[in-house]
Write a protein that binds this ligand. Structure first.
Ligand SMILES: Cc1ncc(COP(=O)(O)O)c(C=O)c1O
Length: 307
């Protein structure tokens, strides 16, 4: 069963998303012989020290700043010119990008951004790493979110749903890069254990059996219904997203609203200070979407009255 983008033919198995990122950093550094990394503002790649080094948010970094790996440059998600300027110095091992920023607020790239970075990275001998830990495995209606923009990375990281609740992380890449890591240079006792692998196999089979299409179709329906029901609300500034990766941007802080929704039976996530992040299960029904919308509207109205 092949689900990885063409050319990504060697995998390293681990126990979490952050660990998959650690492996990707090491592969990039070892295979290029370079030490610098470009990452995006608002990027989230995990909390182990390597992954934290390329994660942007000061709230996660501030207590450990002095221990993070040096040589990481952050540029605005979408700022191709700054990335190009850094790549031209020819000491960048890799550019790490979430094709759609998750924790950063469900931020979609401009149409040409990823393909321009792809071309520039190849041109200057740097690797392009797509972090698909949140956006991958069908969440956006394609197996990998970067497919929406017709590009192929050199390395890709996978996590979260791959084990269906059993801990698992995967780093896949072009063999020529991945095999530069010598045996033992990156490993973990339980990485690739039989239970996680069996779970991963079932997850991939189910995804291939129509679940990815279902996520795309239901996501379209959900965004349309969210827009119909909330776009004109006085507390909402924007709704956006793709597939089952959706966001409602508010004109107020999210905290009381998110808590009120939980009290009424709807669990959502958040980003920043004013964004509600929605990552529903792919199997959500139209009835459940309507129920969620009723709760969201009730919470928004309740919050408005409290103004
Ligand atoms: C894009 C992205 N990368 C990496 C991670 C880290 O994964 P884990 O929490 O499994 O370490 C996350 C987790 O939210 C993520 O969303």
């Amino acid at each position: 069963m092949t689900v990885t983008p063409s050319g990504l033919n060697m995998a390293y198995l681990s126990n979490s998303g952050a660990e998959a990122i650690e492996a990707a950093i090491k592969i990039a550094v070892k295979s290029t012989g370079r030490k610098k990394i470009v990452s995006m503002e608002k990027a989230y790649h995990g909390k182990t020290l390597g992954a934290l080094s390329i994660t942007h948010s000061p709230k996660y970094r501030k207590s450990f700043e002095s221990m993070l790996i040096p040589g990481v440059e952050f540029v605005r998600f979408g700022d191709y010119d700054s990335i190009l300027a850094l790549l031209k110095k020819e000491d960048i091992a890799a550019v790490f990008i979430e094709p759609i920023q998750g924790e950063g607020g469900i931020n979609l790239p401009d149409p040409e951004f990823l393909s321009s970075v792809r071309e520039a990275a190849s041109g200057y001998g740097s690797l392009l790493v797509m972090d698909e830990i949140q956006s991958g495995l069908g969440r956006t209606g394609k197996m990998w979110a970067h497919e929406h923009w017709g590009i192929a990375p050199d390395i890709m990281t996978i996590g979260k749903g791959i084990g269906g609740g059993i801990p698992m992380g995967v780093t896949v890449g072009k063999r020529e890069f991945v095999e530069t890591l010598e045996i033992g240079e990156q490993s973990s006792t339980t990485g690739g254990n039989p239970l996680s692998c069996a779970a991963g196999e079932v997850v991939l089979r189910e995804l291939k059996n129509g679940m990815v299409r279902q996520a795309g179709e239901m996501g379209k329906y959900m965004l349309q219904r969210i827009r119909e029901e909330t776009d004109s609300h006085r507390l909402v500034s924007e709704s956006r997203g793709i597939g089952m990766m959706l966001a409602l941007e508010l004109k107020v802080r999210f905290v009381p609203l998110l808590m009120d929704m939980i009290d009424r039976g709807l669990i959502n996530l958040y980003s920043g200070i004013n964004t509600i992040r929605m990552l529903p299960p792919y199997t959500v029904s139209r009835e459940e979407v309507e129920k969620a919308l009723d709760i969201m509207k009730a919470s928004l109205d309740h919050r408005l009255k409290m103004q």
